[in-house]
Design a protein around this ligand. Structure first.
Ligand SMILES: NC(=O)c1ccc[n+]([C@@H]2O[C@H](COP(=O)([O-])OP(=O)(O)OC[C@H]3O[C@@H](n4cnc5c(N)ncnc54)[C@H](OP(=O)(O)O)[C@@H]3O)[C@@H](O)[C@H]2O)c1
Length: 246
């Protein structure tokens, strides 16, 4: 297990990053004010100030999916250019990169996507930038791309779809698994790994934290949504079983 003091975290003020910050006490986690990924010199300064770091966990991103359609340049600047800047700095220092990616690199038609299934076609601009970012992350000699999906701790809506399937879960369920994968990245014999939970409808997921949630259908909203964006997580399940049985 890698000591959190050897881990450097981007996006620590975000939904996932905030959870990781609590789960990895001592992790090096500069704020956006100190390290803007679009400023290469700030990345260099932050990494130079943390000489004991061995692993960089990259959870920062432009994640406003609707906003990305209107502000493409902002989304590209953070998710693509920012990741490229980080990749350069990480590679130059011989560090390991754990890059957080998304189920939305897949089309969401068939579900049950495995790590080596071809991604795309993507459904929106945010997903395009995340797919490009994955390819940049893979340029780091020691890299691990973690594809995941999560919701805030509480279900925020009155309704939830019965006809949209996912393997996502609440962030407090997913984050401990991401933290474990980061801390054991040296022991993961893959370069891409899916971390989520079992396939279920969004309604089923919502009901777990909000029993009075009402069922709805995708046809009720004007946005084009996937049918089944679920990830096959058998690699991750097998890895955890192997670790637990030791
Ligand atoms: N949320 C989901 O459902 C979901 C699903 C699958 C994968 N993911 C991935 O998981 C990761 C974390 O997502 P999240 O939901 O926790 O996102 P989030 O809450 O939006 O957090 C992202 C963090 O990145 C920071 N950031 C934005 N631009 C930056 C820049 N130029 N330089 C440095 N930091 C910057 C943000 O700072 P500010 O808040 O100050 O802007 C924020 O702290 C992302 O890679 C995302 O693509 C998310």
């Amino acid at each position: 297990m890698i000591d959190p003091r050897h881990i450097f975290l981007t996006g620590s003020q975000g939904r996932l990053g905030g959870e990781l910050l609590g789960l990895l006490p001592g992790v090096v986690a500069p704020s956006l004010e100190r390290m803007d990924l679009t400023r290469p010199e700030q990345i260099d300064a932050a990494l130079d100030a943390a000489p004991d770091v061995r692993v960089v966990a990259h959870a920062a991103a432009y994640t406003d999916v609707a906003g990305a359609e209107k502000n493409r340049a902002s989304c590209w600047a953070v998710n693509v250019d920012g990741t490229r800047n980080l990749v350069r700095a990480v590679s130059q220092r011989g560090l390991r990169l754990v890059h957080i990616s998304t189920d939305y690199v897949f089309a969401g038609t068939t579900g049950g996507y495995r790590e080596d299934d071809p991604p795309g076609p993507v459904r929106n601009y945010y997903s395009l930038t995340k797919l490009v970012a994955e390819q940049l992350a893979r340029l780091v000699p020691h890299h691990l791309v973690l594809r995941t999906s999560f919701r805030p701790r509480e279900w925020p809506y009155d309704n939830a779809f019965t006809d949209l399937f996912t393997s996502q879960d609440y962030v407090d369920v997913i984050a401990p698994q991401i933290a474990l994968a980061i801390q054991r990245c040296d022991e993961i014999p893959y370069t891409v790994l899916h971390i989520a939970t079992e396939r279920k409808s969004i309604y089923e997921l919502a009901s777990r934290r909000r029993p009075d949630v009402r069922p709805s259908r995708k046809a009720d909203v004007a946005v084009a949504l996937p049918d089944d964006i679920s990830l096959d997580c058998s690699r991750w399940r097998e890895l955890k079983q192997r670790w637990e049985s030791r």
